[in-house]
Design a protein around this ligand. Structure first.
Ligand SMILES: Cc1ncc(C[n+]2csc(CCOP(=O)(O)OP(=O)(O)O)c2C)c(N)n1
Length: 577
């Protein structure tokens, strides 16, 4: 049988290291999927919602570094891919989307389900191609793969069914993927940096995802410079564990001494971070050097005195060859002292947790962290789950913490954990889900997990509220509105769907319930944890407008007759801030 365009597609994707394709088939995609079946080397993961498939693929691609394929078919199915592809773009995950397209004979005639892929994917995709002629196939597939892998983000190939099933021009499928090139600043720039470090009495480091491959080098640099190390959410998993200089995070989820460390140092080194909250970064009183492999990141969140383009590992290694060691530890010790005090504050609801009902999420998360294995993978939904993940789940050399940290989409955790479990079978894969997030996307595809018997642990923070927005609204000084809803018993729903369901209402049952969930290996588990909707989480450095907002919101709530919720919020949070 002659080789079709769709055969060429899967052969090239398989040789690029693609192991899985997540999606939903139909019309234009049928010949593409038929070729996947014939190919036999790539597993098709049939999901119930295309967005779920992409968010699963994002976690797989981010964690493994390998490209992952997603698919959706003509028009509506393709539209469902979009939010996930935005997530892939922002989280730098190599994803190749195969979008089913209308027959090539009706393109640009406003036919049923027709969608212009160039316009539609413009914001999300690093490269979008429409295959209208078999002669294009090799070049287009080659570019889509190389762009996704080397630029780390999503690309889209839009294929009409008739082109997919057309004979491929006889072409070689061979191609190579180059390793990422090594990138470091010029010697002149490194010398400037060295002088700035020498002139500074105190240095602080703030690192992000760019430290992923250079973690040991950054920790060693910090040791030599006696520099406290703060980090963004994306940097936490690389820079916190086994680092005696770690001082926590700044920003809305902030904790520890990071805020004061970066504001009080003479010199701040921003390493591989595009931390978006400028108001938590110091102004002109602190000299700032930013190093990043992506020049677009440099100086866009805060003005810097020196911006250098380079990989963190390569650049810091070059620095380590020449930098002289500092001896004065007073600044470091002071910031570690702040970190310690904040840690004690955070422990309040962890230690008192066994006696507080409704269950405090801090206690739930800290207990989970203690019980989970050393190589567990944790995923947090956008919402309050992020706060508890940031503050109460400890990382480790082999642990992974991931979420929609830069795109901030709701409902990412369950699909993320599913994709991670497929990539690393047998490793604990734990999703901390919002009840809003789980009912938005996680619930339907629980069926996919059940069917495949995928052991994913979903822990639902059942607070009957879009709680993060509830907090946001109070911070903004307005009366919470449009944030409450009623939930079913998720454990019973899970059981009815064929998963294991565990409902935890009593604080005394938290440990046992979580342990049971983590030990279950025969398929997915849903832990329905009824938690306190009034648990507040203030940043370690609460800006004035936040405090003012809460005061104003409380006053407005009292005036509109909602004294009960004001009292509950205050009562349930005294001692935290
Ligand atoms: C798709 C999407 N819709 C809306 C938002 C805005 N948003 C951010 S957090 C949040 C609330 C999340 O609620 P829930 O999942 O119940 O988690 P909780 O904060 O209660 O823990 C909302 C609506 C978003 N980030 N993404």
């Amino acid at each position: 049988m002659s080789r079709k365009v769709a055969d060429l597609l899967w052969q090239m994707l398989a040789s690029a290291g693609v192991k899985r394709c997540y999606g939903i088939v139909g019309d234009a995609l049928n010949p593409v999927i038929d070729a996947l079946r014939r190919n036999g080397t790539i597993e098709f993961i049939h999901v119930r919602h295309e967005e779920y498939g992409v968010l699963a693929a994002v976690a797989e691609a981010y964690l493994t570094g390998n490209p992952v394929v997603v698919c959706g078919t003509a028009g509506p199915g393709v539209v469902h891919l979009f939010n996930g592809l935005m997530d892939a773009r922002k989280e730098s995950a190599p994803i190749i989307a195969i979008a089913g397209d209308v027959e090539s004979s009706v393109i640009d005639t406003s036919s049923l389900e027709e969608l212009n892929p160039y316009k539609f994917f413009e914001t999300a995709s690093l490269y979008t191609a429409r295959l209208v002629n078999p002669e294009q196939a090799r070049a287009v597939i080659n570019t889509a793969i190389l762009t996704a892998v080397l630029e780390k983000g999503p690309t889209v190939i839009s294929i009409p069914g008739d082109v997919a099933s057309a004979d491929a021009a006889v072409q070689s499928t061979e191609f190579t993927i180059a390793a990422r090139p090594v990138l470091r600043p010029s010697d002149a720039d490194l010398n400037k940096l060295m002088r700035m470090i020498d002139e500074a009495k105190t240095v602080a480091i703030f690192g992000g995802e760019g430290c992923r491959d250079g973690r040991d080098e950054v920790v060693e640099l910090a040791r030599r410079l006696k520099a406290p190390v703060g980090y963004s959410f994306r940097g936490k998993q690389w820079l916190e564990h086994d680092n005696p200089n770690a001082v926590g995070m700044t920003g809305l989820l902030g904790y520890g001494g990071a805020y004061s460390a970066i504001h009080e140092a003479d010199l701040l080194l921003l390493l591989g971070t595009d931390f978006p909250f400028s108001e938590f970064l110091p102004g002109a009183s602190v000299k700032k050097v930013q190093i990043d492999k992506n020049p677009k990141h440099i100086g866009r969140r805060t003005a810097v005195d020196l911006g250098l383009v380079g990989d963190i590992k390569t650049t810091v290694t070059a620095l380590l060859h020449a930098v002289s060691e500092k001896t004065d530890e007073r600044f470091l010790k002071k910031q570690l002292g702040h970190t310690n005090s904040f840690h004690n504050l955070l422990q309040h609801y962890v230690e008192k947790g066994p006696g507080i009902k409704p269950i405090r999420p801090e206690f739930l998360a800290a207990t989970l962290s203690e019980l989970a294995s050393d190589d567990a993978m944790f995923f947090a939904d956008t919402g309050t789950a992020c706060i508890w993940l940031a503050r109460h789940i400890n990382g480790g050399r082999d642990r992974r913490l991931f979420g929609s940290f830069s795109w901030a989409s709701m409902a990412n955790a369950a699909p993320n954990a599913f994709g991670a479990q497929l990539a690393y079978p047998g490793r604990q894969s734990i999703a901390l889900c919002g009840d809003g997030g789980f009912t938005m996307l996680g619930m339907g595809d629980l069926l996919t997990q059940v069917e495949r018997k995928t052991p994913v642990v979903q822990i639902i923070l059942n607070n009957e509220s879009l709680d993060f927005v509830n907090i946001e609204q109070q911070e903004a000084g307005i009366v919470p509105f449009g944030v409450g809803f009623k939930n079913p018993n998720f454990a019973k729903v899970a059981e009815a769907m064929g998963a294991k369901g565990i409902r935890i209402e009593e604080p005394g049952d938290v440990r046992e319930g979580l342990a049971e969930a983590l030990a279950y290996k025969n398929g997915p588990v849903v832990v329905d944890a009824v938690v306190d909707p009034f648990a507040l989480a203030m940043p370690s450095h609460a800006p004035f407008h936040t405090v003012k907002g809460f005061t104003l919101s409380f006053a407005k709530q009292v005036l509109s007759g909602r004294m009960d919720s004001v009292i509950a919020t205050i009562e349930r949070n005294v001692g935290l801030v």
